[in-house]
Ligand binder design. Structure first.
Ligand code: ADP
Ligand code: MG
Length: 679
């Protein structure tokens, strides 16, 4: 690449750093300069090319200064008009000059006209373009012409240096009817005049499909490669011994759903293997993932190994600790909690127990995977609400076994459902289990949208609900810009509600409270000593108080879909009909309006996730998890889901049978980015 004019810098702004990048910089649209239209035949609205001789040239002043020329061919006359022009243009568009114009035809004051057409001097009989003209996405200071030239040169270079050799075995291209790579690239840059422009624009042309397939395949190959890599690691084999689990089930006050049993069987299998499990358990809020986690830990414990459960917040960690201690103490299992509120001395006792192995199950927040926490023999690590943790944090926990050659099994749980296309692409390195039913006797949650100015009605409703011995959550607005402001708002709301509802016992919980106080308040709410809990979004994940049947969310329009869904999942946990009131402030932005509509219309987390993905695209949807993951440039998971399915199957086939092709393909498409892929 030439180094003058700052071109490399401008190219890098477009993400172009190599010849290959240039080649893969594909047009956004095309212009057809392969035909000349007789002027008499052109229609308004068409974008066409015409040729003629300039018969008139004039700068007029009114209604504003502009250059107006008339261009005639044998059939008719068209006006070209420039509102901004150089003095040199007045001269060069002189009467008698022959020009080719390309532009959109409009009906103007003087008849048919083109405003600011592309205008080129030509000789009579000059040849026409043989292919459609590509228009590339570009950046300030880099014009179309320069960019087109650079790309055309890159294509020539590539052809000579043969850097675009096929990386797909013929067997695969034939089997799936895929176009050749070089042909596809050439067509996309310089389509022949008879090509279907529509399929090029909609990116459904076979040439597009080939590029998208290659991209999806590269992605799949690297994910599946990592998936297989994991199988070469060692993990303790923890087969079910049927010692603790039958006892546990006997004392459980409910029986498991078919879905829970299904995922437990899948986990059970994984744990008995000699390589580490890496399983993502998805289940909507309230689907009962905790009991599944409990059963997995029992299987590790009955094999003499330790288990750890990591939760994203102290509240949740303590809740897990309470629940699992109750369930496990009668089984003679020692459960410990590593918490932020413990004194140094208390912590040390817990750490010793974890190190000596007397603690069979350790529960905590990210405190669990800090340097000084050494497990005696960790067999299973469970990460609750995994989407809340970064990649590194999960990794660190996994590596906490004493013997670094033996890795613990890993179970990740999430209530943020992952649509099928995403789990097939970005999560293809994991095994996925889904709990797809809720425990019986759950009544649906009724969602209501209420504008802020009807606050009084909402207050009345709270009063009534509490009269019937039910409890209420009031979620304060999320103020992303300022935590201090958020806190202030929560405190004001608490005071205000106290005045409006003097007969109620009201509590306030927010992220800044010391853990001890948080726990005390949550306990009081759980016991019913607090009737109305005013909270910031700290209660978003996992909190379980079945007697709460009303939730009010203030400024719901500021929250994301998955957050709203999670919050709403805090009610509807008992057998009473529950209500979630989404209060919003007008005017609503278009996106906020759409979000509220979706959450209002749907209760199913998977459907909400699908629509959320549609609204935001995979990059934003996945958030932190994928930082460093290459996002798709060409393929669209929704539009190209058939290609994704094919690429998914092809990846395993290539890894098994065509290792040389595999390597070349990954190298071409992911290059240095592969280093970022997580293990
Ligand atoms: P989540 O999947 O959101 O973590 P939890 O594990 O907190 O859900 O479960 C929600 C509630 O449902 C808890 O009170 C739990 O005890 C209860 N639960 C779980 N499984 C069942 C079941 N099979 N039948 C009845 N209740 C269940
Ligand atoms: Mg949970």
């Amino acid at each position: 690449m030439t180094s003058h004019n700052g071109i490399p810098e401008k190219l890098s702004r477009l993400g172009i750093k190599s010849t290959l990048d240039l080649i893969l910089h594909l047009p956004i649209r095309y212009e057809d300069e392969t035909h000349l239209f007789p002027i008499a035949e052109i229609l308004q609205g068409q974008t066409v090319q015409v040729e003629g001789v300039i018969t008139h040239n004039e700068v007029i002043i009114r209604p504003r200064r502009q250059l107006v020329c008339k261009v005639e061919d044998d059939s008719g006359m068209i006006v070209m008009r420039f509102l901004n022009f150089y003095a040199s243009q007045i001269k060069s568009y002189a009467v008698g000059k022959r020009v080719r114009l390309m532009g959109e035809v409009r009906g103007g004051f003087w008849g048919m006209e083109m405003v600011h057409p592309k205008c080129r001097m030509v000789q009579q009989g000059e040849t026409l373009a043989e292919t459609l003209t590509p228009i590339y996405p570009t950046t300030a200071g880099l014009n179309q012409k320069t960019l087109s030239k650079l790309i055309a040169q890159a294509l020539l270079d590539a052809q000579q240096a043969q850097i675009l050799l096929e990386t797909l075995p013929e067997f695969i291209t034939k089997k799936h009817g895929l176009a050749g790579l070089w042909d596809s690239i050439s067509i996309l840059h310089h389509p022949p005049p008879d090509v279907s422009l529509e399929t090029l624009q909609s990116r459904t042309h076979p040439a597009w499909r080939r590029i998208k397939f290659d991209e999806l395949l590269a992605h799949q190959l690297s994910m599946r490669w990592h998936y297989r890599q994991r199988h070469s690691n060692n993990a303790p084999m923890l087969p079910a011994k049927n010692q603790l689990i039958p006892q546990f089930l006997e004392q459980l006050p409910f029986s498991l759903t078919a879905s829970q049993n299904k995922v437990i069987a899948e986990i059970n299998q994984d744990l008995s293997r000699h390589y580490p499990m890496h399983r993502l358990l998805q289940g909507d809020v309230g689907s009962g993932k905790t009991v599944v986690a409990a059963m997995a830990t029992l299987q590790a414990i009955e094999n003499g190994y330790q288990a750890a459960i990591m939760a994203p917040t102290e509240i949740l960690a303590e809740q897990h600790f309470d629940k699992l201690s109750t369930w496990f103490t009668s089984l003679g299992i020692r459960v410990v909690l590593l918490s932020g509120r413990q004194t140094k001395k208390e912590k040390q006792i817990v750490l010793d127990e974890i190190g000596q192995g007397t603690a069979q199950l350790a529960i905590g927040t990210h405190a669990l995977f800090q340097e000084h926490v050494i497990f005696h023999q960790l067999g299973l690590a469970i990460i609750d609400e995994q989407h809340r943790f970064g990649v590194q944090q999960r990794l660190a926990l996994r590596l906490k076994g004493k013997d670094s050659n033996i890795l613990p099994h890993q179970l990740m749980m999430t209530a943020t459902p992952i649509p099928r296309t995403l789990s097939m692409s970005y999560f293809a390195d994991l095994d996925v289990s889904v709990i797809d039913e809720l425990p019986p006797n759950r009544s649906a949650i009724v969602t209501k949208l209420i504008a802020d100015n009807r606050r009084n009605e909402v207050i009345e409703r709270i009063r009534n609900v509490c009269k019937q011995d039910r409890q209420v959550y009031w979620v304060c607005p999320l103020i992303e810009e300022s935590e201090a402001l958020q806190l202030q708002t929560a405190q004001q709301t608490y005071t205000e509600l106290g005045k409006l509802l003097p007969e109620l016992k009201i509590g306030l919980v927010h992220g800044r409270l010391p853990t001890q106080e948080k726990t005390t308040i949550m306990h009081a709410f759980k016991k019913g000593d607090i009737q109305l809990l005013v909270a910031t979004t700290v209660i978003e994940v996992g909190v379980d108080v079945p007697n709460a049947s009303l939730m009010v969310i203030e400024n719901a329009e500021r929250m994301g879909l998955s957050q709203l869904h999670q919050l709403r999942g805090r009610v509807g946990r008992g057998s009473e009909l529950s209500t979630c009131i989404l209060m919003y402030q007008q005017p609503l932005s278009e996106i906020a309006r759409q979000r509220l509509k979706i959450i209002f219309e749907h209760n199913d987390g998977f459907e909400i996730a699908r629509q959320d993905l549609h609204l935001r695209g995979p990059g934003e949807y996945l958030g932190a998890r994928q930082s460093g993951m290459p996002m798709l440039r060409f393929a669209d998971l929704e539009q190209d889901s058939d290609l994704l399915t094919t690429a998914h199957a092809t990846a395993d086939e290539m890894l098994d049978q065509y290792p040389e092709f595999t390597e070349k393909h990954i190298e071409r498409w992911l290059g240095e980015k592969i280093a970022f892929l997580r293990v």
